[in-house]
Design a protein around this ligand. Structure first.
Ligand code: MG
Length: 364
């Protein structure tokens, strides 16, 4: 870890902008995946990320942007956005609404970049209040559900290894919508009868194909189907919702709270991710709004360190399902935070988003 951090320190392309109080710093940090990630459209072994630190006196709030390629953000776009932030506008870190309005005035979109600042603000303000955010929200951490653990398709040998690695988790998540996806489900079923969440990643092209797959999955102990078809086709999802015995969850079709009311007729639930909606500020609103509309709530993630994962986990007690395994899938986590105990999301009692830099843990 020490050698790793020395390499990290040497590679930091940091910009430190000190104002009268808060210091704002950020640097690229590439996440290395333990296994290549095989999705409907591509395969990859690394995910670009940017780490953010907001420091006030001796207290540091940590934040993170993770940029899987399909969201359209990059290290360049995130650092370009962050370079436009005037640290003087962050001097009251509790002014979350004003700060989000300020970030939106800089540029629309850029949700991962905004999430990085938002997460750092939540970590900092929670530490200043001496409380974890789940407690500030008034949530009972014992209500956090089990997390799913993603098993992506691979050679039979590697797949068997991945299924073995999923042993500590009570729910398995599988990406479908690719050739051979039914065989993947059948292979998993030969190893375990744990419940499976299916994410089709928009991979099914017609209503009939989607419904045929869903009916096939319905007697295989599947919990729900995430984004079966194209995100821009709500009518087909409404058609599926009427006929599907399994809940249909929007992922690519939903980004922010503003998207939710129009989706309620076509989906049974929404997958909320900090990198899509710009952080905890909107993610909390999304969860409350979805529940008030009778929608199921899922809290998901990208490939992220324990920083963004532990931030998202603050909302886990509001969720029907959580898919917070991003930190478990990387080899170079920077933080120690939310833990999975007996398959369940177990929140740290530490204030803010409940994390400690891994370097501090290993130095103890
Ligand atoms: Mg998904």
């Amino acid at each position: 870890m020490r050698k790793h951090l020395l390499v990290l320190a040497a590679s930091i392309a940091a910009l430190t902008a000190a104002a009268s109080g808060i210091t704002f710093r950020y640097y690229p940090y590439e996440l290395r995946l333990r296994h290549s990630f095989n999705l409907a459209a591509m395969s990859r072994t690394v995910t670009p990320g940017v780490q953010v630190e907001l420091r006030l006196d001796s207290i540091t709030g940590y934040g993170e942007a993770s940029m899987p390629p399909y969201l359209g953000e990059s290290v360049e776009s995130v650092t370009a956005f962050l370079s436009k932030i005037d640290p003087a506008r962050l001097q009251n870190p509790f002014a979350l609404e004003d700060i989000h309005a300020y970030m939106d005035s800089i540029a629309p979109g850029n949700h991962a970049a905004k999430a990085a600042v938002d997460i750092a603000l939540h970590d900092l303000t929670g530490k200043l209040m001496g409380q974890p955010w789940y407690a500030i929200y008034g949530l009972d951490p014992a209500k956090a559900p089990c997390t799913s653990y993603t098993v992506s398709n691979d050679t039979p040998e590697v797949l068997a290894q991945k299924i073995a690695e999923a042993e500590p988790y009570a729910v398995i998540k599988v990406k479908m919508g690719v050739p051979g996806d039914r065989e993947l489900i059948e292979t998993i079923r030969r190893h375990t009868d744990k419940p499976i969440c299916v994410d089709a990643n928009q991979g099914w092209k017609t209503r009939e194909e989607a419904l045929d797959n869903i009916l096939w999955l319905a007697d295989k102990n599947c919990l729900f189907i995430e984004q079966p078809m194209d995100r821009n086709d709500p009518d087909s999802h409404a058609w599926l919702k009427e006929r599907s015995p399994l809940p249909i969850i929007a992922d690519e079709a939903v980004q922010t709270s503003a998207d939710i009311p129009a989706l309620a007729r076509a989906y049974d639930g929404v997958n909320i991710k900090l990198m899509k909606c710009g952080g905890l500020y909107d993610a909390y609103r999304m969860a409350i709004l979805a529940r008030s509309l009778g929608l199921k709530v899922m809290i998901g993630c990208m490939t992220e360190t324990s920083c963004a994962i532990s931030a998202a986990a603050q909302l886990a007690p509001l969720a029907d399902w959580v898919d917070l395994d991003g930190n478990l899938l990387i080899a170079n986590d920077l933080f120690d935070g939310m833990k999975i105990v007996d398959g369940r999301v177990t929140l740290s009692v530490l204030p803010g988003i409940g994390i400690v830099p891994a370097a501090e843990v290993s130095a103890e």
